[in-house]
Write a protein that binds this ligand. Sequence first.
Ligand code: SAH
Length: 207
Amino acid sequence: MEWAEQRRMMVERQLRARGIRDERVLAAMDEIPREEFVPTPYKGASYADDPAPIGHGQTISQPYMVALMAQCLELTGAETVLEVGAGCGYHAAVLGALASRVITIERIPELAETARRNLEKTGRADNITVICGDGAKGWPECAPYEGISVAAAAEGAPPALIEQLAEGGRMVIPVGGGWEQELRAIRKQGGEISSRVATWCRFVPLR
Ligand code: SAH
């Protein structure tokens, strides 16, 4: 089956059927070629309902998780978004299709380079900046962010990220120290932080 056909089936069966409702998110997931981000040995399973290894003990998230996290950010296209944990760059590419500008931080230099290369190769690099560093500190240079997406699990939302979240902004982050975490959707409104559990999830730890 052609990649485009596999991608369309992924959107229908894994995303729409499971309750992803944001049409812009569904369109972005139908647009970004995940096979260009998945390392060669796993390419054939690019549209499987699973995460895949990307080297250095890290993984590219399951498509459903990327879509759910993107939906939690309620993006309209005007936002500046911060991602923590660029990995192979796939999630950043999806966010780049949904927002005005994306800053993504990756602590492993080789993965930051891979993300940069994958984003260039797929023509997605124009509004996405990959930075190598510690994402738990955020990136104050471009703050505040209307959306913050954290792709690694923490004991709680790092204070620097809460600080850099815009008034009215949304953050999505896996919280918990164990094997499984809760995916928390956080909102800053009137200077107050509220949060709800969007689902259970399994992420690599934030270092
Ligand atoms: N969004 C990625 C998946 C990332 S997996 C994708 O689409 O492929 C989580 C990533 O977070 C890993 O690459 C890991 O190296 C990175 N990471 C963990 N702690 C970090 C930190 N403190 N700062 C930046 N990146 C971090």
